[in-house]
Design a protein around this ligand. Structure first.
Ligand SMILES: [Zn+2]
Length: 427
């Protein structure tokens, strides 16, 4: 478990361990509150216009009480008639900014690119019409489910389209599952279950505080300084009831509610990572994941360079030290199992440094193997890099001038913190 997680759990469990945010009296850390799925989140849970108006009033009241300048993200297809337009007007009148969250809340990983771009534009155009009389434009975009594309081509195409239409993607650093508390909350309220409401509220607070602490520690660890945060919330009824306690807790831990322009001016947001994947974790998680991939790639390519050096100084022991005990070595002439057998095979074929000659190895392609795994809240997070495969071109020149070359496919696993070749197919 990461140290950051330990610190966060310790605070949540009341063990009195604190993280930097709480210890640092000044300056207070900027935090941007973003609110997704306007006018009212929760799909079919809130169809009654009076209930939608009440949830909106309650959300705006708590934002005002804590002087929070929020950015709300509108699903334009959820704006049902004049009553909902009036709710959005209230967000604007309260001084908040509205951004585009598409018309139909499409999942970029599940719809074709053209359909997604059309959804983005319908959302933008609808919202632009609402903002125009106020002299405002649509400046920000929020990807539904935070999913930015499961292919590099999709990711780049959507980014280009957003840039061309003047919309900046607004990242999330504190991703969480606040939306998942809405149904149990509303069902408990409708059933008149006070005890159940209390439990849902307590769990909401614990879950969100843990995410805030975890992501704060992770962001600070990545950049070596206190970095601003962007919190994701949803425009729902459980939020209307719970934000006051959450915001008070944030203030007590040294956070200061800041505008989008202030927070986004921090250089940590200048160069968003090109995170290609089926799911959408928070920004710090993406950056940490990219760094982990870079590190794994560098470790593996460095190891192969060392292995080539070992060969070229005639050190077969060192050359074979990077094979796992149970490595499998495959060539057109057969299969060899285990590092000792691989070493014996090389010894027999290359008895002297002269016979070994000079080796070069040119990587053609390097791929890291990783996937998404659920975190304790059931949210999909990218795993560590568990394996790396390398396709490389090898060439051998011996003292008598003979040359040989071919291709190899190497599979490396991290075994007890060390990268080792587990499979080698050379031809
Ligand atoms: Zn959404």
């Amino acid at each position: 478990m990461r140290r950051a997680h330990l610190a966060a759990w310790a605070v949540i469990l009341g063990m009195g361990v604190t993280v930097a945010a709480g210890d640092d009296p000044a300056p207070r850390r900027p935090l941007l509150v973003t609110v997704d799925d306007l006018p009212v989140a929760g799909g079919g849970l809130h169809l009654d216009p009076a209930e939608r108006a009440r949830v909106t009033s309650d959300l705006l009241a708590v934002l005002a009480a804590h002087r929070v300048p929020a950015v709300g993200f509108v699903i334009w297809g959820q704006v049902k008639g004049e009553a909902d337009r009036a709710l959005l007007e209230r967000w604007l009148a309260a001084g908040h900014e509205l951004g585009n969250h598409t018309a139909d809340h499409s999942d970029l990983g599940k719809v074709p690119l053209e359909a997604y771009l059309d959804d983005v534009e319908r959302g933008r155009a609808g919202l632009a019409g609402l903002l125009a009389p106020h002299g405002r434009t649509v400046r920000f975009f929020r990807y539904p489910y935070l999913r930015e594309g499961e292919t590099a081509a999709k990711l780049d195409a959507v980014r280009s389209a957003l840039e061309a239409s003047g919309q900046r993607p607004l990242p999330v650093t504190v991703d969480n599952q606040d939306w998942s508390f809405e149904r149990p909350w509303v069902e408990a309220r409708r059933a008149g279950g006070q005890a159940a409401l209390g439990r849902v509220g307590e769990e909401y607070q614990l879950a969100l505080r843990l995410e805030v602490l975890t992501q704060t520690a992770l962001g600070d660890e990545l950049f070596g300084r206190p970095v601003p945060q962007v919190l994701l919330l949803h425009a729902n009824e459980v939020g209307a009831a719970q934000w006051d306690a959450l915001f008070s807790w944030l203030e007590g831990r040294g956070y200061r509610f800041a505008t989008a322009d202030e927070v986004l001016s921090d250089p940590v947001f200048a160069d968003p990572p090109r995170f290609v994947g089926t799911h959408g974790p928070g920004l710090w998680t993406r950056i940490a994941h990219d760094r982990g991939r870079d590190k794994a790639r560098a470790a593996v390519t460095g190891l192969l360079e060392e292995q080539v050096s070992a060969w070229n100084r005639g050190d077969l022991d060192a050359f074979c030290a990077v094979y796992a005990d149970d490595a499998v070595f495959v060539t057109p002439s057969g299969l060899t199992r285990g590092r000792e057998a691989v070493l014996a095979r090389y010894r027999a074929r290359y008895p002297t440094p002269e016979a070994m000659g000079t080796l070069t190895l040119e990587p053609v392609e390097v791929r890291e193997a990783w996937g998404f795994e659920p975190n304790p809240f059931g949210d999909a997070q990218p795993s560590r890099v568990h394996a790396v495969s390398v396709v490389a071109r090898w060439a051998l020149t011996t003292a008598d001038g003979a040359e040989a070359s071919g291709l190899t496919l190497l599979v490396l696993h991290r075994v007890a913190g060390r990268w080792l070749i587990v499979q080698d197919a050379s031809m």
